[in-house]
Design a binder for this molecule. Sequence first.
Ligand code: SDX
Length: 436
Amino acid sequence: MTPSDVKATLSFSDGSPSMDLPIYKGSIGPDVIDIRKLYAQTGKFTYDPGFLSTASCNSKITYIDGDKGELLYRGYPIEQLATQCDFLETCYLLLNGELPNQAEKDEFVNRVTKHTMVNEQMQFFLRGFRRDAHPMAVLTGLVGGMSAFYHDSTDINNAEHRKIAAIRLIAKMPTLVAMAYKYSIGQPYIYPRNDLSYAGNFLRMMFATPCEEYKPNPVLERAMDRIFILHADHEQNASTSTVRLCGSSGTNPFAAIAAGVACLWGPAHGGANEACLNMLEEIQAMGGVSKVGEFMNQVKDKNSGVRLMGFGHRVYKNYDPRAKLMQETCNEVLAELGLENDPLFALAKKLEQIALEDDYFVQRKLYPNVDFYSGIVQRAIGIPVPLFTAIFALARTVGWIAQLDEMIGDPEYKIGRPRQLFVGAEKRDVKPIGSR
Ligand code: SDX
């Protein structure tokens, strides 16, 4: 952080002493006003529910320019990573700060590949769940449960433990997500294979059965890999902030990542891809494109509580660059599967076209986000709707780990402990129950 020669001066109209606050510059993006001494010097807190104007940390991992619709992982534009790299290269970049050379990549891929199996006991852990449980409920349990299996990598303050836990989590998430799926449909688990790519292995564990050979379709394998890249990290979003706050207590990495899985499940966050597809299916059932106008009126009616899922973003006030790439992937997959006329895709494109011309959305700078097309492409690949967010969690695990590792490695970090503006009852005495 570079101290700016500009200071912020806080003055009070009641004559309280004013206070100079240092300003720091990052390498790109908004400067920050350092308020760490504010309470000690003024007895006042800042107030920022939802953290609309709060930087919770300094980070080198991901940068988003919401106005330009730009997303950089360690400085590299998402458009370049999604078209010139694969997911494990992107994992290496997010974890280490640089793209790997061939030898580094081979070593990393080999380490991940050799950790894709899970402890055989975990299949019995799954049996404790109802088969019709939501996959995110199961995944939250499985990831948290990893701390009950991998005791030798749970000391978050031990860099070696964090490294092993990172490899285990990246390697085992596809296996766990596929196991949750197989368990829900009553099919046997499919073990990972070391001769397949990360995405190919996942597709095979999801869709193969012991009864016949399964060869991943290369177009779907590439699409899956790109979906992982697009979801890998995204600055201090709700689930990443959850992981940081959870990890700041010194809990083990698996528990912190399980907290991220739980947070991501929400429909305002990672659960939006499932909610978006359900919304498209609902409009389709109402009559499809001819009913879009009626649906949009509901969206614009505040009392309806209806939102255009997959649209809008706290940071992007321009097109989410991931949505563009996701739409391209959608085109490729639908063409490969002969589904170019997929009615939901046509409906989504119609919704987008109307929304981008409609004042309500234009004024509020609401554009498609990563979740708008991801559901359509995953559904075309054959992934059941309730599993969409589990796949988002699979991909985001590397981002959560990289952010957690950065925090733990920051000498300035301490346990997160926000304060509040208290508006409740002032001190009062308990009355005996007879006189209440
Ligand atoms: C993700 O943070 C991240 O980076 C998240 C993520 C990641 O990679 O980690 O990018 C992943 O979570 C993407 C977002 C997925 N969520 C959805 O698609 C759900 C639908 N979108 C929204 O609920 C909403 O847009 C949020 C939650 C994403 C952002 O909400 P904000 O920034 O808190 O904005 P807001 O709710 O205050 O909305 C501002 C205005 C409001 O209208 P007014 O009160 O000003 O009149 O826009 C309206 C909102 O009513 N609005 C919408 C809308 N989103 C916002 N109206 C209709 N449909 C929508 N989708």
